[in-house]
Design a protein around this ligand. Structure first.
Ligand code: ZN
Length: 394
């Protein structure tokens, strides 16, 4: 290719065109930023300085001056809800729901309206207005927001303890999202069984527990409750069999079961056999709570010397305050009167500490309780509690 002189003219021309294009862009950016009210930047500044109250005031001013800033409306509404200011969140989302959207953007307008509705439903839910929340999410079931609506409806039914509706909603949600919810569904059946049991309908309760196991073969709670039903009806052999199945599902959960098993052996007049079984289980799966049950059973059936020996071994294997408490207890029985007095002071000190510190704990949010929960009262998760009591800081 030969060099032509007119190319020398073309270079400055392209350069000039590029320069003009850049100027146009910059001018557009400047015009747009001028269109935003100053309060918007003030609000941002407050947010960056972690002064949310002042930021909200500034943003509310923007919203008044520029009613078209829909995303800012949504952001503010969400912020109010998170801060627990449900009245303001509800007002903000109702306004978004009722406002006139510009003509010609029908699809977009509908999308914004559904989004506002879903946000409003969440405001009601968080504010505890469950009836209203249920109504809103019910309307959203036939729309593009149906996935979220179903998730929230399930949450509402659980809060309302409407377990049959919860089962139906969870099954539909499972079908929609292919996320397994069988463990939760088994708990809903167990809750239904509890209601039947409280009414004295033990057959109906047993049927619900069967459903729980059909939904989730690993449901520890269903076997535990089946054992309870058998024991309450005096069928102790069957109760022991049901409870011992828990070991095949989750050995850790046996800590909740061992006292029950021993109780039924006692009812059958075969407590020695129960202790033998518990010793063997403890050898397979040693833990503090199981040790405690074994200690009590051994001191009852084999006497203080055997119990003391057991406590010494456990203290060496896994030192803890509650084992020390048990050892002191065993020492007191065999001590002479002079030693006994001092040992009693030591024991009451250790016991008060260990009782205060022994807690069940949610593995999800860290909530601690004296009682074991299948569903955490703080974060609402199922099966999040460790079945063994810890001795952490209280
Ligand atoms: Zn929790």
């Amino acid at each position: 290719m030969e060099f032509e002189f007119w190319w020398l003219l073309a270079f400055p021309l392209f350069f000039a065109l590029g320069w003009i294009a850049a100027r146009v862009d910059i001018r557009q950016v400047v015009t747009e930023s001028r269109a935003l009210p100053n309060s918007y930047f003030r609000g941002l500044n407050f947010l960056l300085n972690e002064q949310p109250d002042k930021a909200i005031e500034a943003f509310l001013e923007v919203v008044k001056l520029e009613p078209e800033t829909i995303d800012l409306h949504f952001a503010l509404g969400g912020l109010f809800r998170r801060r627990g200011e449900f009245d303001r969140a509800i007002r903000m989302h109702e306004h978004l729901l009722e406002r006139e959207y510009p003509q010609g953007h029908k699809g977009l307008a509908e999308e914004q309206r559904l989004r506002a509705m879903s946000e409003l439903g969440q405001d009601y839910l968080k504010a505890g207005l469950l009836d209203r929340a249920e109504q809103v999410f019910g309307k959203l079931l036939e729309t593009s927001q149906h996935g979220q609506a179903r998730t929230h409806l399930l949450e509402i039914y659980v809060q309302e303890k409407d377990w049959q509706k919860a089962i139906d909603a969870a099954r539909l949600l499972e079908r929609d999202t292919s996320k397994p919810l069988n463990a939760d569904i088994a708990h809903f059946y167990c809750e239904l069984a509890l209601l039947e049991s409280a009414k004295g309908n033990s057959d109906a309760a047993a049927a619900q527990l069967q459903q729980a196991l059909a939904a989730n073969r690993q449901s520890v709670r269903a076997n535990l409750m089946t054992g309870d039903l058998h024991a309450a009806a005096g069928r102790h052999e069957a109760a022991i069999a049901a409870w011992r199945l828990v070991e095949t599902q989750s050995a850790g959960h046996m800590a909740l079961v061992v006292d029950r098993v021993l109780g039924s052996y006692r009812q059958l007049g075969r407590v020695g056999e129960g202790v033998q079984w518990l010793r063997a289980f403890y050898a397979r799966q040693p833990s503090h709570d199981v040790f405690n049950a074994l200690y009590l059973a051994v001191s009852e059936t084999e006497g203080a010397a055997a119990a003391r020996q057991l406590a010494r071994e456990e203290l060496r294997r896994n030192p803890s305050l509650r084992t020390l408490d048990r050892l002191l207890e065993a020492e007191i029985v065999t001590a002479d009167p002079e030693q006994r007095e001092l040992l009693q002071v030591e024991k009451s000190l250790v016991a008060s500490y260990s009782q205060r510190m022994m807690r069940y704990q949610c593995g999800s949010c860290g909530f601690k309780a004296k009682q074991f929960f299948w569903r955490c009262p703080a974060c609402g998760r199922w099966d999040s509690f460790d079945p063994e009591r810890g001795e952490g800081e209280s």
